[in-house]
Design a protein around this ligand. Structure first.
Ligand code: 3PG
Length: 403
């Protein structure tokens, strides 16, 4: 795919789709990772004398445009990070007169940020053509650097490219996109072996394709988190009150058979940290009991991998040359039920292997534990990194011009 290095943006208007969907608390940004990750591309376009028009969504925008989901805090933080003014177009129309005026006033190296693209309901629907065209009308070229949104075929992610092409402009990917694709792509398609994949999270249903695809690519697949109990039940164990999806038992059996057929190791928990009642709030104190998976009491619920399992998984990581991790091993929001997730994070932090963390909960866990610097790559995309690991083509990538 063409990248920002393949175009000359001097004096040109460049629309850049970022993923500035950052967590906010009382109007304050609580994690600026995605803003920081977008800086290299923005800085490059500024240095090259482009007129940099940024856009992004923020939140789900379920009840229409509102100040709580405005990109205003992002404009402010971005301006601090870049050390220069970022003109924010607060108009809920995103495009339109205010945006056009702001763009007309731009000089080389200026930066404008448009309002939350989801304030235009069409962003997410099949009727986004008009909005795509309005976005394209503001610019000469288009850069997609929104890895976290690249699995969505939305107006500002993919739709816009058609209209940029129609007027002879270029559609390219930014540095963040390139980096994400290089790490995730290499890990899956061309890993240094042994390649160990670790999957966790609550539900098997969320990971069906990723389990199947990674099983084909990796040497060892490690399963933890809530979804492990469906596998354990499929193995014939009693799992007490643990989370289970009975409709996926056959699927789990199929995956175990597939692992055996392909000669892959599939590691499942051998012990579990169990509780009698789920904590409320989630980080409230809990009484735990470690149980062997062969003897899970009927009235208890597994909420983390046990110490033997943690050791087993850490050993598997030690022998790996490439590790991909997506999804926590237990209810890591509760300190008593976070030990398995911490043990896995620690094993990754201590190895010299290439370590790649899928976005979302596992990235949050690694950040929270202060291990971020120890990982080779932490993806900025939750859903997007998962779809990438499933082997799916991402609309935001597909839409960019080929070299
Ligand atoms: C994310 O946070 O994963 C991306 O920004 C996409 O957000 P979405 O799931 O609301 O489309």
């Amino acid at each position: 795919k063409k990248s920002v290095d393949d175009i000359n943006v001097k004096g040109k208007r460049v629309l850049v789709r970022c993923d500035f969907n950052v967590p906010l608390k009382n109007g304050e940004i609580t994690d600026e990772t995605r803003i920081v990750a977008a800086l290299p591309t923005i800085q490059k376009l500024i240095n090259d004398g482009g007129k940099v028009i940024l856009c992004s969504h923020l939140g789900k925008v379920k009840n229409g445009p509102n100040e709580g989901e405005s990109l205003a805090p992002v404009a402010k933080r971005l301006s601090e990070k870049l050390g220069k003014e970022v003109v924010f177009v607060s108009d809920y129309n995103v495009t339109g007169e205010a945006a056009t005026k702001a763009v007309e006033a731009m000089k080389e190296g200026d930066v404008v940020l448009l309002q939350n693209t989801r304030f235009r309901g069409e962003e997410e629907t099949k009727n986004g053509e008009q909005f795509s065209k309005e976005l394209a009308d503001l610019a000469d070229d288009y850069v997609c650097d929104a890895f976290g949104s690249s699995h969505r075929a939305h107006a500002s992610v993919a739709g816009v490219t058609k209209f940029i092409s129609a007027k002879g402009g270029s559609n390219v990917v930014g540095y963040l996109m390139e980096k994400e694709i290089a790490f995730l792509g290499n890990a899956v398609e061309n890993p240094v072996r042994p390649f160990v994949a670790i999957l966790g999270g609550a539900k098997v249903a969320d990971k069906l394709n990723v389990i199947s695809n990674l099983l084909e690519k990796c040497d060892t697949l490690i399963i933890g988190g809530g979804m492990a109990y469906t596998f354990l039940k499929a193995q014939g164990y009693e799992i007490g009150k643990s989370l289970v999806d009975d409709s996926k038992i056959d699927y789990c059996k199929e995956m175990m058979a597939k692992a055996e057929k392909l000669g892959k190791k599939l590691l499942l928990p051998v012990d579990a940290v169990t509780i009698a009642d789920f904590p409320n709030p989630i980080d409230a104190p809990v009484e735990v009991e470690v149980c062997d998976v062969k003897n899970m009491p009927a009235d208890r619920e597994g909420c983390d991998i046990g110490p033997k399992t943690a050791e087993l998984y850490a050993e598997a990581v030690k022998t790996a040359k490439t590790v991909v991790w997506n999804g926590p091993m237990g209810v890591f929001e509760n300190p008593t039920l976070a030990k398995g997730t911490i043990a896995v994070a620690k094993a990754l932090a201590e190895t010299d292997a290439t370590t790649i963390i899928g976005g979302g909960d596992s990235a949050a866990a690694v950040n929270q534990l202060g291990f971020a610097d120890k990982m080779s790559h932490i993806s900025t995309g939750g859903g997007a990194s998962l779809e990438f690991l499933e082997g799916k083509e991402l609309p935001g990538v597909v839409a960019a011009d080929d070299k």
